[in-house]
Design a protein around this ligand. Structure first.
Ligand SMILES: Nc1ncnc2c1ncn2[C@@H]1O[C@H](COP(=O)(O)OP(=O)(O)O)[C@@H](O)[C@H]1O
Ligand SMILES: [Mg+2]
Length: 493
Protein backbone atom coordinates (compact mmCIF):
# COMPACT_ATOMS: atom_id res chain seq x y z
CA UNK A 1 0.00 0.00 0.00
CA UNK A 2 0.98 3.58 -0.50
CA UNK A 3 1.81 4.16 3.18
CA UNK A 4 4.34 1.38 3.17
CA UNK A 5 6.68 3.22 0.91
CA UNK A 6 9.53 4.36 3.04
CA UNK A 7 11.02 7.71 2.27
CA UNK A 8 14.40 6.33 3.11
CA UNK A 9 14.02 4.00 0.14
CA UNK A 10 14.55 7.08 -1.95
CA UNK A 11 18.20 6.81 -1.01
CA UNK A 12 18.41 3.55 -2.86
CA UNK A 13 17.42 5.08 -6.15
CA UNK A 14 20.10 5.81 -8.64
CA UNK A 15 20.58 9.46 -9.47
CA UNK A 16 18.98 9.00 -12.87
CA UNK A 17 15.80 7.53 -11.43
CA UNK A 18 15.68 10.22 -8.80
CA UNK A 19 15.95 12.88 -11.50
CA UNK A 20 13.09 11.34 -13.40
CA UNK A 21 10.84 11.40 -10.34
CA UNK A 22 11.70 15.01 -9.79
CA UNK A 23 10.97 15.80 -13.40
CA UNK A 24 7.61 14.04 -13.26
CA UNK A 25 6.61 15.77 -10.05
CA UNK A 26 7.27 19.07 -11.78
CA UNK A 27 5.15 18.04 -14.76
CA UNK A 28 2.33 17.10 -12.43
CA UNK A 29 2.54 20.28 -10.46
CA UNK A 30 2.36 22.53 -13.47
CA UNK A 31 -0.59 24.91 -13.42
CA UNK A 32 -2.21 23.30 -16.43
CA UNK A 33 -1.98 19.57 -16.91
CA UNK A 34 -0.95 18.89 -20.39
CA UNK A 35 -2.92 16.27 -22.23
CA UNK A 36 -0.33 13.65 -23.00
CA UNK A 37 0.96 13.81 -19.48
CA UNK A 38 0.50 10.15 -18.65
CA UNK A 39 2.02 8.98 -21.93
CA UNK A 40 5.00 11.28 -21.47
CA UNK A 41 5.53 10.16 -17.90
CA UNK A 42 5.35 6.56 -19.03
CA UNK A 43 7.99 7.20 -21.69
CA UNK A 44 10.29 8.52 -18.99
CA UNK A 45 9.70 5.48 -16.82
CA UNK A 46 10.35 3.08 -19.71
CA UNK A 47 13.59 4.85 -20.47
CA UNK A 48 14.96 4.96 -16.98
CA UNK A 49 14.01 1.37 -16.22
CA UNK A 50 15.43 0.21 -19.54
CA UNK A 51 12.13 -1.51 -20.13
CA UNK A 52 10.58 -2.26 -23.42
CA UNK A 53 6.94 -1.42 -22.90
CA UNK A 54 4.77 0.34 -20.35
CA UNK A 55 1.07 0.28 -19.62
CA UNK A 56 -1.08 2.60 -17.56
CA UNK A 57 -4.49 0.98 -17.30
CA UNK A 58 -7.69 1.81 -15.51
CA UNK A 59 -9.81 -1.00 -14.19
CA UNK A 60 -13.42 -0.68 -15.34
CA UNK A 61 -14.87 -3.94 -14.08
CA UNK A 62 -13.51 -7.29 -12.98
CA UNK A 63 -11.06 -8.49 -15.64
CA UNK A 64 -11.78 -5.45 -17.73
CA UNK A 65 -9.15 -2.76 -18.13
CA UNK A 66 -9.09 0.34 -20.28
CA UNK A 67 -5.82 1.71 -21.63
CA UNK A 68 -5.06 5.24 -20.45
CA UNK A 69 -1.62 5.08 -22.02
CA UNK A 70 0.45 2.23 -23.44
CA UNK A 71 3.85 2.90 -24.96
CA UNK A 72 6.76 1.02 -26.41
CA UNK A 73 10.41 1.90 -26.27
CA UNK A 74 10.07 3.97 -29.45
CA UNK A 75 7.51 6.21 -27.75
CA UNK A 76 4.73 4.81 -29.87
CA UNK A 77 1.23 4.07 -28.67
CA UNK A 78 0.20 0.47 -28.28
CA UNK A 79 -3.50 0.04 -28.88
CA UNK A 80 -3.99 -3.60 -28.05
CA UNK A 81 -4.33 -4.51 -24.40
CA UNK A 82 -4.03 -8.23 -25.07
CA UNK A 83 -0.30 -7.96 -25.72
CA UNK A 84 0.14 -7.33 -22.00
CA UNK A 85 -0.30 -9.99 -19.39
CA UNK A 86 -3.85 -9.85 -18.07
CA UNK A 87 -2.86 -12.49 -15.54
CA UNK A 88 -0.43 -10.11 -13.90
CA UNK A 89 -2.82 -7.13 -14.18
CA UNK A 90 -5.44 -9.11 -12.30
CA UNK A 91 -2.96 -10.33 -9.74
CA UNK A 92 -1.93 -6.77 -8.88
CA UNK A 93 -5.60 -5.83 -8.60
CA UNK A 94 -6.36 -8.78 -6.33
CA UNK A 95 -3.39 -8.43 -4.00
CA UNK A 96 -3.33 -4.61 -4.16
CA UNK A 97 0.43 -4.98 -3.94
CA UNK A 98 3.28 -4.36 -6.32
CA UNK A 99 4.90 -7.37 -7.87
CA UNK A 100 8.16 -8.04 -9.59
CA UNK A 101 8.95 -11.03 -11.73
CA UNK A 102 12.23 -11.64 -13.45
CA UNK A 103 13.37 -14.65 -15.31
CA UNK A 104 9.71 -15.44 -15.87
CA UNK A 105 10.14 -18.57 -18.01
CA UNK A 106 11.43 -20.39 -14.93
CA UNK A 107 8.86 -18.95 -12.49
CA UNK A 108 5.98 -21.43 -12.41
CA UNK A 109 3.55 -19.00 -10.74
CA UNK A 110 3.34 -16.77 -13.80
CA UNK A 111 4.98 -18.59 -16.68
CA UNK A 112 1.69 -20.27 -17.54
CA UNK A 113 -0.03 -16.98 -18.42
CA UNK A 114 -0.78 -17.11 -22.11
CA UNK A 115 0.34 -13.62 -23.11
CA UNK A 116 3.62 -14.15 -21.27
CA UNK A 117 4.33 -17.18 -23.41
CA UNK A 118 3.17 -15.71 -26.69
CA UNK A 119 5.04 -12.46 -26.27
CA UNK A 120 8.12 -13.98 -24.72
CA UNK A 121 8.01 -11.66 -21.74
CA UNK A 122 11.01 -12.07 -19.50
CA UNK A 123 10.66 -9.56 -16.72
CA UNK A 124 7.65 -7.62 -15.40
CA UNK A 125 6.88 -5.08 -12.69
CA UNK A 126 3.27 -4.30 -11.86
CA UNK A 127 2.22 -1.70 -9.30
CA UNK A 128 -1.24 -0.64 -8.22
CA UNK A 129 -2.38 2.94 -8.74
CA UNK A 130 -4.36 4.14 -5.73
CA UNK A 131 -7.03 6.78 -5.78
CA UNK A 132 -8.85 7.73 -2.58
CA UNK A 133 -7.63 4.59 -0.88
CA UNK A 134 -8.88 2.15 -3.52
CA UNK A 135 -7.05 0.59 -6.42
CA UNK A 136 -7.92 2.60 -9.50
CA UNK A 137 -5.69 0.82 -11.98
CA UNK A 138 -2.32 -0.70 -12.65
CA UNK A 139 1.01 0.33 -14.11
CA UNK A 140 2.85 -2.46 -15.84
CA UNK A 141 6.37 -2.33 -17.20
CA UNK A 142 7.85 -5.27 -19.01
CA UNK A 143 10.79 -6.39 -21.09
CA UNK A 144 11.38 -9.32 -23.35
CA UNK A 145 14.17 -11.32 -24.84
CA UNK A 146 17.66 -11.08 -23.44
CA UNK A 147 17.42 -7.81 -21.59
CA UNK A 148 18.52 -7.57 -17.98
CA UNK A 149 15.77 -8.39 -15.50
CA UNK A 150 14.19 -5.75 -13.29
CA UNK A 151 15.41 -5.27 -9.74
CA UNK A 152 13.88 -4.46 -6.38
CA UNK A 153 15.20 -0.96 -6.82
CA UNK A 154 13.26 -0.61 -10.08
CA UNK A 155 10.14 -1.68 -8.25
CA UNK A 156 10.62 1.02 -5.64
CA UNK A 157 11.07 3.55 -8.37
CA UNK A 158 7.82 2.50 -10.00
CA UNK A 159 5.97 2.70 -6.71
CA UNK A 160 7.09 6.27 -6.22
CA UNK A 161 6.17 6.92 -9.80
CA UNK A 162 2.69 5.45 -9.32
CA UNK A 163 2.10 7.52 -6.21
CA UNK A 164 3.10 10.70 -7.92
CA UNK A 165 0.79 10.03 -10.82
CA UNK A 166 -2.11 9.13 -8.51
CA UNK A 167 -1.79 12.56 -6.98
CA UNK A 168 -2.34 14.08 -10.39
CA UNK A 169 -5.12 11.67 -11.31
CA UNK A 170 -7.60 13.41 -9.10
CA UNK A 171 -6.92 16.60 -10.97
CA UNK A 172 -7.10 14.89 -14.36
CA UNK A 173 -10.35 13.11 -13.55
CA UNK A 174 -12.00 16.26 -12.25
CA UNK A 175 -11.00 18.10 -15.40
CA UNK A 176 -12.32 15.32 -17.60
CA UNK A 177 -15.65 15.12 -15.86
CA UNK A 178 -16.01 18.89 -16.04
CA UNK A 179 -15.34 18.75 -19.75
CA UNK A 180 -17.91 15.96 -20.17
CA UNK A 181 -20.49 17.82 -18.16
CA UNK A 182 -19.91 20.85 -20.30
CA UNK A 183 -20.57 18.81 -23.46
CA UNK A 184 -23.69 17.25 -21.98
CA UNK A 185 -25.05 20.65 -21.01
CA UNK A 186 -24.30 22.02 -24.46
CA UNK A 187 -26.14 19.08 -26.00
CA UNK A 188 -29.12 19.63 -23.73
CA UNK A 189 -29.19 23.31 -24.56
CA UNK A 190 -29.34 22.31 -28.17
CA UNK A 191 -32.36 20.18 -27.31
CA UNK A 192 -33.59 23.34 -25.65
CA UNK A 193 -36.63 22.15 -23.85
CA UNK A 194 -37.35 20.12 -20.78
CA UNK A 195 -38.85 16.77 -21.58
CA UNK A 196 -42.54 17.42 -22.06
CA UNK A 197 -45.28 14.86 -21.77
CA UNK A 198 -46.50 12.96 -24.75
CA UNK A 199 -50.12 13.88 -25.26
CA UNK A 200 -52.53 11.47 -26.93
CA UNK A 201 -55.22 9.04 -25.93
CA UNK A 202 -56.13 7.66 -29.33
CA UNK A 203 -55.77 3.88 -29.61
CA UNK A 204 -52.80 4.43 -31.95
CA UNK A 205 -50.96 6.56 -29.38
CA UNK A 206 -51.84 4.20 -26.56
CA UNK A 207 -50.18 1.41 -28.49
CA UNK A 208 -47.10 3.59 -28.96
CA UNK A 209 -47.02 4.48 -25.26
CA UNK A 210 -47.27 0.82 -24.34
CA UNK A 211 -44.36 -0.08 -26.63
CA UNK A 212 -42.28 2.78 -25.22
CA UNK A 213 -42.86 1.59 -21.65
CA UNK A 214 -42.02 -2.00 -22.49
CA UNK A 215 -38.85 -1.32 -24.44
CA UNK A 216 -37.59 1.38 -22.07
CA UNK A 217 -36.80 -1.21 -19.44
CA UNK A 218 -34.51 -3.12 -21.78
CA UNK A 219 -31.27 -2.14 -23.48
CA UNK A 220 -32.62 -3.00 -26.92
CA UNK A 221 -31.88 -0.72 -29.84
CA UNK A 222 -34.99 1.21 -30.85
CA UNK A 223 -35.82 2.45 -34.32
CA UNK A 224 -38.34 5.31 -34.35
CA UNK A 225 -40.18 5.68 -37.62
CA UNK A 226 -42.73 8.22 -38.71
CA UNK A 227 -43.25 11.41 -40.65
CA UNK A 228 -41.63 14.62 -39.58
CA UNK A 229 -43.31 16.24 -36.59
CA UNK A 230 -44.95 13.09 -35.25
CA UNK A 231 -42.98 13.13 -31.98
CA UNK A 232 -39.92 10.96 -32.61
CA UNK A 233 -37.59 13.22 -30.58
CA UNK A 234 -40.11 13.20 -27.79
CA UNK A 235 -40.39 9.40 -27.89
CA UNK A 236 -36.61 9.01 -27.73
CA UNK A 237 -36.44 11.23 -24.65
CA UNK A 238 -39.33 9.36 -23.06
CA UNK A 239 -37.58 6.01 -23.55
CA UNK A 240 -34.48 7.35 -21.87
CA UNK A 241 -36.44 8.89 -19.03
CA UNK A 242 -38.25 5.63 -18.35
CA UNK A 243 -35.11 3.52 -18.53
CA UNK A 244 -32.59 2.45 -15.93
CA UNK A 245 -30.19 4.85 -17.64
CA UNK A 246 -32.25 7.92 -16.77
CA UNK A 247 -29.62 9.39 -14.47
CA UNK A 248 -26.92 9.03 -17.12
CA UNK A 249 -26.56 11.32 -20.12
CA UNK A 250 -29.05 11.44 -22.97
CA UNK A 251 -27.11 12.62 -25.99
CA UNK A 252 -28.76 13.43 -29.29
CA UNK A 253 -26.98 13.88 -32.57
CA UNK A 254 -28.72 15.10 -35.69
CA UNK A 255 -27.22 13.19 -38.62
CA UNK A 256 -28.94 14.81 -41.61
CA UNK A 257 -27.04 16.97 -44.09
CA UNK A 258 -23.86 17.25 -42.05
CA UNK A 259 -20.49 16.69 -43.75
CA UNK A 260 -18.94 13.30 -42.94
CA UNK A 261 -15.86 14.48 -41.05
CA UNK A 262 -17.86 16.88 -38.95
CA UNK A 263 -20.43 14.24 -38.01
CA UNK A 264 -17.81 11.59 -37.33
CA UNK A 265 -15.67 13.90 -35.25
CA UNK A 266 -18.73 14.72 -33.16
CA UNK A 267 -19.69 11.08 -32.75
CA UNK A 268 -16.32 9.43 -32.33
CA UNK A 269 -13.94 12.23 -31.38
CA UNK A 270 -10.49 12.62 -32.83
CA UNK A 271 -6.81 12.55 -32.13
CA UNK A 272 -4.72 15.64 -32.34
CA UNK A 273 -3.67 16.11 -35.98
CA UNK A 274 -6.32 13.74 -37.41
CA UNK A 275 -7.26 16.50 -39.84
CA UNK A 276 -6.37 20.14 -40.22
CA UNK A 277 -8.02 21.96 -37.36
CA UNK A 278 -7.73 19.04 -34.94
CA UNK A 279 -5.48 20.95 -32.56
CA UNK A 280 -5.89 18.64 -29.60
CA UNK A 281 -7.43 15.28 -28.72
CA UNK A 282 -11.19 15.39 -28.46
CA UNK A 283 -13.63 12.96 -26.94
CA UNK A 284 -16.57 11.92 -29.09
CA UNK A 285 -20.17 12.06 -27.97
CA UNK A 286 -20.37 8.26 -27.79
CA UNK A 287 -17.72 8.31 -25.07
CA UNK A 288 -19.46 11.13 -23.29
CA UNK A 289 -22.79 9.31 -23.39
CA UNK A 290 -21.20 6.39 -21.58
CA UNK A 291 -23.73 4.55 -19.47
CA UNK A 292 -26.56 6.54 -21.03
CA UNK A 293 -28.61 6.73 -24.19
CA UNK A 294 -27.53 7.88 -27.64
CA UNK A 295 -30.15 9.25 -29.99
CA UNK A 296 -29.18 9.22 -33.67
CA UNK A 297 -31.68 11.49 -35.36
CA UNK A 298 -32.23 11.26 -39.13
CA UNK A 299 -30.17 8.12 -39.43
CA UNK A 300 -31.33 7.65 -43.04
CA UNK A 301 -29.08 10.50 -44.17
CA UNK A 302 -25.83 8.97 -42.94
CA UNK A 303 -23.09 8.25 -45.53
CA UNK A 304 -21.86 4.74 -46.31
CA UNK A 305 -18.56 5.34 -44.51
CA UNK A 306 -20.23 6.54 -41.32
CA UNK A 307 -22.77 3.71 -41.54
CA UNK A 308 -19.90 1.23 -41.35
CA UNK A 309 -18.61 2.87 -38.18
CA UNK A 310 -22.05 2.93 -36.61
CA UNK A 311 -22.40 -0.76 -37.37
CA UNK A 312 -19.29 -1.36 -35.34
CA UNK A 313 -20.76 0.51 -32.38
CA UNK A 314 -23.92 -1.58 -32.54
CA UNK A 315 -22.16 -4.88 -33.11
CA UNK A 316 -19.39 -4.65 -30.59
CA UNK A 317 -19.87 -1.36 -28.72
CA UNK A 318 -16.52 -0.24 -30.11
CA UNK A 319 -15.39 3.12 -31.33
CA UNK A 320 -12.12 4.51 -32.66
CA UNK A 321 -11.40 8.22 -32.57
CA UNK A 322 -10.58 9.72 -35.98
CA UNK A 323 -6.87 9.43 -36.62
CA UNK A 324 -6.43 6.95 -33.77
CA UNK A 325 -5.74 3.23 -33.75
CA UNK A 326 -6.86 2.51 -30.24
CA UNK A 327 -10.21 0.81 -29.92
CA UNK A 328 -12.40 1.94 -27.03
CA UNK A 329 -15.47 0.22 -25.72
CA UNK A 330 -18.52 2.27 -24.91
CA UNK A 331 -21.68 1.35 -23.05
CA UNK A 332 -24.55 3.16 -24.75
CA UNK A 333 -28.11 2.33 -25.58
CA UNK A 334 -28.85 3.43 -29.13
CA UNK A 335 -32.11 4.92 -30.35
CA UNK A 336 -32.31 5.93 -34.00
CA UNK A 337 -34.98 7.86 -35.85
CA UNK A 338 -35.80 8.53 -39.46
CA UNK A 339 -38.68 9.82 -41.53
CA UNK A 340 -37.42 7.88 -44.53
CA UNK A 341 -38.61 4.45 -45.49
CA UNK A 342 -35.40 2.71 -44.41
CA UNK A 343 -36.38 -0.63 -45.86
CA UNK A 344 -36.85 0.97 -49.24
CA UNK A 345 -33.52 2.79 -48.86
CA UNK A 346 -31.92 -0.61 -48.25
CA UNK A 347 -33.57 -2.02 -51.39
CA UNK A 348 -32.25 0.95 -53.39
CA UNK A 349 -28.74 0.46 -52.01
CA UNK A 350 -28.70 3.72 -50.05
CA UNK A 351 -28.50 2.07 -46.66
CA UNK A 352 -26.56 -0.95 -45.41
CA UNK A 353 -28.74 -3.96 -44.89
CA UNK A 354 -26.73 -5.25 -41.91
CA UNK A 355 -27.00 -1.87 -40.18
CA UNK A 356 -30.73 -1.81 -40.91
CA UNK A 357 -31.21 -5.14 -39.15
CA UNK A 358 -29.11 -4.01 -36.20
CA UNK A 359 -31.25 -0.90 -35.84
CA UNK A 360 -34.56 -2.56 -36.53
CA UNK A 361 -34.48 -4.66 -33.36
CA UNK A 362 -37.49 -2.85 -31.92
CA UNK A 363 -39.20 -0.53 -34.38
CA UNK A 364 -41.85 1.91 -33.18
CA UNK A 365 -43.86 3.84 -35.73
CA UNK A 366 -45.30 7.17 -34.66
CA UNK A 367 -48.64 7.55 -36.46
CA UNK A 368 -49.28 10.72 -38.48
CA UNK A 369 -51.69 13.15 -36.85
CA UNK A 370 -54.33 12.65 -39.57
CA UNK A 371 -54.64 9.03 -38.46
CA UNK A 372 -55.41 9.98 -34.88
CA UNK A 373 -57.63 13.00 -35.22
CA UNK A 374 -59.18 12.34 -31.83
CA UNK A 375 -55.91 13.57 -30.26
CA UNK A 376 -56.16 16.98 -31.91
CA UNK A 377 -58.46 18.41 -29.23
CA UNK A 378 -56.17 17.35 -26.40
CA UNK A 379 -53.08 18.54 -28.22
CA UNK A 380 -54.63 21.92 -29.04
CA UNK A 381 -55.55 22.46 -25.39
CA UNK A 382 -52.10 21.34 -24.34
CA UNK A 383 -50.36 23.82 -26.63
CA UNK A 384 -52.58 26.72 -25.49
CA UNK A 385 -51.68 25.92 -21.91
CA UNK A 386 -48.03 25.62 -22.86
CA UNK A 387 -48.18 29.22 -24.13
CA UNK A 388 -49.72 30.36 -20.85
CA UNK A 389 -52.75 31.54 -22.75
CA UNK A 390 -56.34 31.63 -21.56
CA UNK A 391 -57.75 31.64 -25.09
CA UNK A 392 -60.72 29.41 -25.80
CA UNK A 393 -61.35 27.36 -28.92
CA UNK A 394 -64.93 27.52 -30.22
CA UNK A 395 -66.33 24.38 -31.95
CA UNK A 396 -66.11 25.92 -35.41
CA UNK A 397 -62.36 26.44 -34.99
CA UNK A 398 -61.88 23.02 -33.48
CA UNK A 399 -63.64 21.45 -36.46
CA UNK A 400 -61.32 23.27 -38.79
CA UNK A 401 -58.35 21.84 -36.87
CA UNK A 402 -59.80 18.34 -36.81
CA UNK A 403 -60.58 18.25 -40.50
CA UNK A 404 -57.17 19.40 -41.69
CA UNK A 405 -54.69 16.75 -42.82
CA UNK A 406 -51.59 18.15 -41.03
CA UNK A 407 -48.75 17.18 -43.37
CA UNK A 408 -46.35 18.65 -40.76
CA UNK A 409 -48.12 16.72 -37.99
CA UNK A 410 -47.93 17.79 -34.33
CA UNK A 411 -45.16 20.30 -35.02
CA UNK A 412 -47.32 22.06 -37.59
CA UNK A 413 -50.32 22.06 -35.24
CA UNK A 414 -48.19 23.65 -32.55
CA UNK A 415 -46.86 26.31 -34.92
CA UNK A 416 -50.29 27.15 -36.34
CA UNK A 417 -51.68 27.55 -32.84
CA UNK A 418 -48.78 29.68 -31.73
CA UNK A 419 -49.40 32.08 -34.56
CA UNK A 420 -53.16 32.09 -33.92
CA UNK A 421 -52.63 32.84 -30.24
CA UNK A 422 -50.61 35.91 -31.06
CA UNK A 423 -53.33 37.16 -33.39
CA UNK A 424 -56.31 36.50 -31.08
CA UNK A 425 -54.78 38.32 -28.15
CA UNK A 426 -55.79 35.80 -25.50
CA UNK A 427 -59.51 35.85 -26.28
CA UNK A 428 -61.42 33.51 -28.56
CA UNK A 429 -59.56 31.63 -31.26
CA UNK A 430 -61.67 32.56 -34.28
CA UNK A 431 -61.27 30.21 -37.26
CA UNK A 432 -59.84 33.08 -39.31
CA UNK A 433 -56.74 33.07 -37.14
CA UNK A 434 -55.97 29.52 -38.16
CA UNK A 435 -53.77 29.62 -41.22
CA UNK A 436 -53.54 26.25 -42.81
CA UNK A 437 -51.06 26.45 -45.59
CA UNK A 438 -49.79 23.34 -47.21
CA UNK A 439 -46.02 23.23 -47.49
CA UNK A 440 -44.98 26.51 -49.03
CA UNK A 441 -41.90 25.09 -50.68
CA UNK A 442 -43.15 25.31 -54.26
CA UNK A 443 -44.87 28.66 -53.94
CA UNK A 444 -43.52 31.24 -56.34
CA UNK A 445 -42.13 34.37 -54.74
CA UNK A 446 -42.80 37.88 -55.88
CA UNK A 447 -40.67 39.76 -53.38
CA UNK A 448 -37.07 40.96 -53.54
CA UNK A 449 -34.12 38.65 -53.12
CA UNK A 450 -33.98 39.76 -49.50
CA UNK A 451 -37.65 38.80 -48.99
CA UNK A 452 -36.98 35.40 -50.45
CA UNK A 453 -33.95 34.90 -48.26
CA UNK A 454 -35.99 35.83 -45.23
CA UNK A 455 -38.85 33.53 -46.21
CA UNK A 456 -36.55 30.57 -46.86
CA UNK A 457 -34.61 31.11 -43.64
CA UNK A 458 -37.72 31.39 -41.48
CA UNK A 459 -39.41 28.38 -43.00
CA UNK A 460 -36.23 26.33 -42.64
CA UNK A 461 -35.93 27.38 -38.99
CA UNK A 462 -39.49 26.31 -38.53
CA UNK A 463 -38.78 22.97 -40.15
CA UNK A 464 -35.84 22.40 -37.80
CA UNK A 465 -37.68 23.47 -34.71
CA UNK A 466 -35.68 26.74 -34.42
CA UNK A 467 -32.42 24.85 -34.16
CA UNK A 468 -29.90 27.22 -35.72
CA UNK A 469 -27.16 24.66 -36.12
CA UNK A 470 -29.32 22.30 -38.13
CA UNK A 471 -30.83 25.14 -40.11
CA UNK A 472 -27.36 26.39 -41.01
CA UNK A 473 -26.25 22.91 -42.08
CA UNK A 474 -29.31 22.39 -44.21
CA UNK A 475 -28.81 25.74 -45.97
CA UNK A 476 -25.09 25.17 -46.42
CA UNK A 477 -24.22 28.33 -44.47
CA UNK A 478 -22.52 29.00 -41.15
CA UNK A 479 -24.40 29.30 -37.90
CA UNK A 480 -22.97 32.79 -37.71
CA UNK A 481 -24.67 33.68 -41.00
CA UNK A 482 -28.00 32.51 -39.64
CA UNK A 483 -27.51 34.60 -36.50
CA UNK A 484 -26.62 37.70 -38.50
CA UNK A 485 -29.61 37.31 -40.79
CA UNK A 486 -31.95 36.87 -37.85
CA UNK A 487 -30.59 40.01 -36.30
CA UNK A 488 -31.14 41.83 -39.60
CA UNK A 489 -34.68 40.55 -39.81
CA UNK A 490 -35.45 41.49 -36.23
CA UNK A 491 -34.13 44.98 -36.79
CA UNK A 492 -36.33 45.43 -39.86
CA UNK A 493 -39.47 44.39 -38.02
N1 LIG B 1 -47.66 13.48 -28.49
C1 LIG B 1 -47.20 14.73 -28.34
N2 LIG B 1 -47.58 15.48 -27.29
C2 LIG B 1 -47.12 16.73 -27.13
N3 LIG B 1 -46.29 17.34 -27.97
C3 LIG B 1 -45.87 16.64 -29.04
C4 LIG B 1 -46.29 15.30 -29.28
N4 LIG B 1 -45.72 14.86 -30.42
C5 LIG B 1 -44.98 15.88 -30.86
N5 LIG B 1 -45.04 16.95 -30.06
C6 LIG B 1 -44.37 18.25 -30.22
O1 LIG B 1 -44.29 18.49 -31.62
C7 LIG B 1 -43.01 18.97 -31.98
C8 LIG B 1 -42.33 18.00 -32.94
O2 LIG B 1 -42.05 16.77 -32.29
P1 LIG B 1 -40.69 15.99 -32.53
O3 LIG B 1 -40.56 14.98 -31.48
O4 LIG B 1 -39.57 16.96 -32.73
O5 LIG B 1 -41.06 15.29 -33.94
P2 LIG B 1 -40.13 14.51 -34.97
O6 LIG B 1 -38.84 14.25 -34.28
O7 LIG B 1 -40.91 13.27 -35.27
O8 LIG B 1 -40.01 15.40 -36.16
C9 LIG B 1 -42.25 19.14 -30.70
O9 LIG B 1 -42.37 20.48 -30.26
C10 LIG B 1 -42.96 18.21 -29.74
O10 LIG B 1 -42.84 18.65 -28.41
MG1 LIG C 1 -37.00 14.94 -35.04
Amino acid sequence: MAEEIKIKNLENLRQEQFDVLLHISRLLNAAALHENLVADALDLAIRVLKAERGLFAKRERANDFNIIAARNIDKQDISDLTVFSSGILNRVMDTQKPCLYHDIPSDPTVSQFQSIQIHNIKSVIGVPIFLHGAVWGVILIDSRGNRAGFTQENLQFLEFFSNLVSLALDKIITMESLADENQILRNQLEMRRAIPDMIGESPAMQRVADLIHRVAKTDATVLLLGESGTGKDLAAQAIHKLSGRKDKPFIAQFCGSIPDTLLESELFGYKKGAFSGAASDKKGLFEIASGGTFFLDEIGDVSAATQAKLLRVLQSQEIIRLGDTQVKTVDVRVIAATNHNLKQLVAEGGFREDLYYRLNVFPITLPPLRERRSDIVLLAQHFIKKQNSKATIPPVTMNKLIEFDWPGNVRQLENVLQRALILCDGATLEPDYIFLEEESKNRSFHGTLRDIEREVLLSRLNEFDNNRTRTAHSLGVSVRWVQLKLKEINNQE
